[in-house]
Design a protein around this ligand. Sequence first.
Ligand SMILES: *Cc1c(COP(=O)(O)O)cnc(C)c1O
Length: 399
Amino acid sequence: MAFKPANNIQDLQYFGEFGGVNPSISDSSTYTFLSAKTMFDTFEGNADGCYLYSRHSTPSNLYLGEALAAMEGTETASVTASGMGAITPVIMQLCGAGDHVVSSRTIYGGTYAFLKNFAPRFNVKTTFVDITKLDVVEAAITPNTKILYCESVSNPLLEVADISELSKLAKKHNLQLVVDNTFSPLSVSPVQLGADIVIHSLTKFINGSSDTVGGVVCGSQEFIDSLRNVNDGACMLLGSTMDSLRAASILKNLRTLHIRMQQHSLNATYLAEKFEADGLKTVYPGLASHPSHDLFKSMMNEKYGFGGMLTIDVGSLENANALMELMQEKNLGYLAVSLGFYKTLFSAPGSSTSSEIPEDEQKEMGLSNGLIRFSIGLDADIERTYKTMRACMESLDIL
Ligand SMILES: *Cc1c(COP(=O)(O)O)cnc(C)c1O
């Protein structure tokens, strides 16, 4: 694919106020106007380049937004205080009472809980489907459906969405295809494949240092403007605003994302191949055994690999807990939720990040008790990591 997301970030050029190599941080919640007329025009959304109030926009947030729009190849983007603070306004902006969402059933637990338990309060209903079955997806669409929602690579089962085919369905039925690309930044560019709106939790790989939460919505100028509209914009009115200091720090981390993703992918590929050869049930999009391996390959920006996320099944929750505790003791990583850190992070999704999903539904979607989700770190010596992990598994009779 000709699309070069990391170059697009690198090619941006913003100087600080005094010629600094980083843009200056604008540390203000409100902005002065030389004329009252300009203030009025800004309220009406007709004064480009003017700032009004920082819940609406700030220079630092715009710099980060533009860098993320360059990464995804969208007209523009709006950063938010968290990933959920990006997801919920997008849904509320696109749906009103009586509207309907068709969503993948394997999505982030918080998104699932929002669609299943919260949005119905506003009479927004969701049908959850197996996103890999396009006929099932299409059959779930009703005249009231407004959104087709999925993750490029799903949490935690690492199912891969066929974004090109889903976008055809979305266009046919006049829906917005909204894709959460948190698990595969740079590797997959959903808008290039036909998605309308891309969301990230910046908390994960993009920021990469597990020191902040953040989110972004990437899309058309028209849609992003609608989110920020002072009269009826969900970002403006629900108020999930990112702080300027955070925007500035995330922008600096974003610039090394391509190097980090390459190392995450390299390490995850090494471990996935070893685990599978050892006879462990291993799920990683980079393995030929993954049901969507070829699909992922056809969608990916090759350089960045198959990503840093993999799962193994160690048979029972007891095994999973014992292994995770032992791996932490051996300093192979941390027993923690979240992803994209320099250290490997592991958790058992059934009892943590996906615990919002009822047990019978977990079973139905193949989320077993012995599943461990790994976010593979930036380990300099992954062979040593593997040997120590293997020794942990042997000592617990898992291998
Ligand atoms: C973490 C995560 C979110 C939510 O992001 P926050 O920054 O925690 O609000 C959404 N989607 C996916 C895939 C995630 O991993």
